[in-house]
Design a protein around this ligand. Structure first.
Ligand code: ADP
Length: 414
């Protein structure tokens, strides 16, 4: 190709690039990264080998790198997303566009660039020139040709609308969970009434006996004292039941605390004992004491257990009373604790669909119980699955990761 031809080709290619840069719906930035290269070389000379560790220890240095990174060019989309109409306002350092909390993302981008990765993409929060923060999808490309010149390309997409939709969805789901819980509590009224009635009846009987001991000619104070002790314990038991109902009915925010799943299952069973007995269901419990502690929300995990047990009991309504057996097992696994709830009911016609929202085969069912179980477990970094047992009946198996020694769940939070 002649010199003039090559020049023409180059000019055309640059023209094409410029058009693309301008016309894209995303915000594009061309940055001069050269001074950052000098700063990193100086660090290396001082003996710093682990950039990631150094950046984490020295957030001030990360801000310095931002100040040293200059904006060479931006497209129109960038002006309308970040600016006030004037491109020139944006052509300084990139530092004003990075909120303090997003500094680690900038640091990670630098590390990707210097370790020869082709690109880096993540969600973060960025800031407009007026100081308004928004959710952004941030992409940085490090093609060798531009890296050698010390420039790099950044793409930004405003995802605040998507984030708002996600938040809205989570809120609707939480409201649904609340509605489903309240409707389940409605179904369990008989159980709850029974649970509260038992200690109340015991209180009345013990109080009457206490009065009798006290009305004797020689009042039996020791007997009366013992009875008062029992009355106190029964009153506390009734209060606990009320508390449990209240925490299940209330739309409170989830807690994070160490939880022993064996205890959660036993508590759920206290709640459901009446329901289980009324349906003539035999309960077989195999709770392994070696099951490790998990990190999570006790009430939510109880809700999972209650949902699965209620479903199991309901599934056996038509079964021969002799066969109505509910088996609950726990066992430690490599990752945490596995819980199995197995019944001897009619089994699952379509195991793949039972977790879908609004999937129900019951005339008054809502079809949200298992959907909620799954989302509760997902929020705990766990899983749930459904299958038919070898001898018929359904088996629901869920797993929750154990708490690490630092008290955090071992999974990474998303
Ligand atoms: P609902 O109980 O309101 O129907 P769920 O989400 O709890 O909502 O359950 C969805 C569907 O899954 C039920 O309608 C039923 O068809 C099926 N299912 C759940 N648990 C069992 C079980 N133990 N045995 C058989 N079918 C079950």
């Amino acid at each position: 190709m002649s010199g003039a031809g090559a020049e023409e080709a180059l000019r055309r290619s640059e023209h094409r690039y410029h058009n693309l840069f301008q016309a894209m719906a995303a915000s594009f930035w061309e940055l001069d990264f050269f001074p950052v290269g000098d700063m990193l070389r100086a660090l290396r000379k001082q003996g710093v080998a682990d950039y990631a560790g150094y950046f984490a220890q020295n957030p001030g240095f990360v801000r310095e790198m931002m100040r040293a990174t200059r904006v060479v060019d931006v497209n129109d989309q960038t002006v309308s997303l970040f600016g006030r109409g004037e491109k020139a306002e944006l052509l300084g350092s990139v530092e004003p566009f990075w909120p303090e909390a997003s500094s680690p993302v900038y640091a990670a981008a630098v590390i990707h660039a210097v370790t020869g990765k082709p690109n880096y993409a993540t969600e973060t929060r960025l800031r407009t020139i007026d100081g308004h923060e928004f959710d952004a999808l941030f992409t940085a490309c490090f093609p060798p040709e531009t890296m050698n010149k010390g420039t790099l390309l950044i793409g930004v997409i405003d995802i605040s609308a998507r984030k708002q939709a996600e938040a809205m969805l989570a809120k609707v789901q939480a409201e649904f969970a609340h509605a489903a819980r309240v409707s389940m509590l409605g179904e369990l009224t008989a159980s709850i009434a029974h649970e509260v009635n038992q200690p109340l009846a015991a209180i009345a009987t013990n109080a009457a006996a206490g009065l009798r001991w006290l009305s004797r000619e020689e009042p039996e104070l020791d007997e009366a004292r013992a009875l008062l002790g029992r009355i106190k314990a029964d009153a506390a038991r009734a209060a606990q039941v009320i508390d449990r109902v209240r925490s299940m009915a209330g739309g409170r925010t989830p807690q994070q605390a160490p939880v022993q799943l064996n205890e959660v299952l036993e508590e759920a069973l206290v709640f459901l004992r009446h329901e289980i007995e009324a349906h003539a269901v035999r309960l077989s419990l195999a709770l392994d004491p070696a099951a490790p502690v998990v990190m999570g929300d006790r009430t939510q995990l109880q809700q999972v257990a209650v949902n699965l047990i209620v479903n199991a009991v309901q599934a056996m309504e038509q079964a021969d009373p002799v066969a109505r057996e509910l088996t609950i097992r726990t066992r430690p696994t490599d990752a945490g604790v596995q819980v199995q709830v197995q019944d001897a009911g009619r089994g699952l016609a379509d195991p793949a669909r039972v977790f879908d929202s609004f999937f129900t085969t019951k005339t008054s069912g809502m079809g949200m119980g298992l959907t909620i179980c799954r989302s509760i477990l997902a929020a705990h970094g766990g899983t749930i699955g459904a299958a038919n047992g070898p001898a018929g009946g359904a088996v629901f198996t869920f797993e929750v990761p154990s708490a690490s020694p630092s008290g955090e769940p071992t999974h990474t939070k998303v």
